[in-house]
Design a protein around this ligand. Sequence first.
Ligand code: CA
Ligand code: CA
Ligand code: CA
Ligand code: CA
Length: 473
Amino acid sequence: MVARVHVMVIGVLLSFVVCLSPAINQLVSSQGVPSPLVIPNPIPQPGAWFGYWVSTGDLNHDGVSDLVVGAYFADVAGQRDAGRVDVFLGGSNFTGSVAVSYHAPTPQAGGEFGVGVAIGDVNGDGFADLIVGSEGAQVGALEGGRVFVYFGGPTLPDAIPDLILQAPQPQDKAEFGRRVALGDINGDGAMDILVGAHLADVGGQRDAGEVDVFLGGRTIDAIADAQLRATTPQANALFGFSVVAGDINADGFDDITVGALLTDVAELTDAGRAEVFFGGASLPRTSALTLEAPNPQAGARFGFPVDVGDVNGDGVTDLLIGAYFTNVGNRLNAGKAFIYLGGRSFHSIPDYELASPQPRMGARFGYSFAVGDVIGDRRPDLVVGSDLANLGPLLANAGEAVIYDGGVPFDGASAGPLQAPEPQRGGSYGFRLAVADLNDDGRRDLIVTAIGTAVNSQREAGAVFVYLSRSSR
Ligand SMILES: [Ca+2]
Ligand SMILES: [Ca+2]
Ligand SMILES: [Ca+2]
Ligand SMILES: [Ca+2]
């Protein structure tokens, strides 16, 4: 009840208050907009969508986070939309030049390699591994989708995948591999692999969707250990279009949250829903909690994305859920984001409900998240993407990201919006976000992708903007 009141207060606050730049930091400063390092698609092709997905982690084992960017519509070796993943090595002189690129062992038209990317130690040898989804990969005669796992070592993984995952019962066009996420669900110290197949038919329900779980560890194999489905599978719900893991109930086991953004809630078409599966020594089979918007709206698409991070800085992982087509007042499809604070009594009522300080029609606020101290005050911050924000008459869908100064308590005050240095019409800045220390100065850097950015006149080739922290300011 208390939490519910809190939600309303914040909602009202954000409706009227635009808290711009309390002159705090290197990102949003009184000196104006910071200039990011721009990483354009290194092989610019029209519609490649470089930046559709990003992940960070230490892939070459030098103690510094690296950046991995997927471009799943990239053409490779003449194969249209075969897909590519580029690795940018972190280091004190981070320059944004490609160290190595990965593609499917046999690049295949429509393979869409790189649509989902994750980094983590899944075989329990202490080296981070690279996991890449390829939703269009052929499995026999079917377009069943695959996930390629490259085991890490003292140096970058080689180009040959060490493990290839597929659905236990591959289905044509189920899009297995569109999403990949990692977490230690059973608490044995090895990261487990979660793979979404949001267009899988379940129990006669077309495109209901499911998530397959592959346990990590020294005995990791390609046999799925569990299949997660919606409590009530619904046709066209797209369960598994988003999936994330993190310990949100503070019991030491990572928990799984799966979004089904096109779930009809009562008579509300495509209102959206998410389900939480608590981790434990044995894998969960059924969801413990069902999450919906407090005031569901038809078409709001609650459930994409789902993400985790410690927003209020209390040491417990919190859950973030977008509902990017929520109407805000009379602004249709402006978008909202919901925050569920983690804790032992994790429950299904959001603690915060955020709208953009400047809600705009069709802006898709809440389409991406990142959590980490990007402001530089040693408290975590929340960044929310609004990649279709209209920034002016000639800048439709240019996009922006809104930074919230996190900490205890999280007050939902915005530190201001961030936009591309030279916004482009259709640039889709803020499509994906990530936070990591790429330049090894002990401070977090913010990564913002813009898949619609034109590069060398190639439409929608895509670009990534990296806001490197500055140790001295
Ligand atoms: Ca490993
Ligand atoms: Ca595990
Ligand atoms: Ca847990
Ligand atoms: Ca927390």
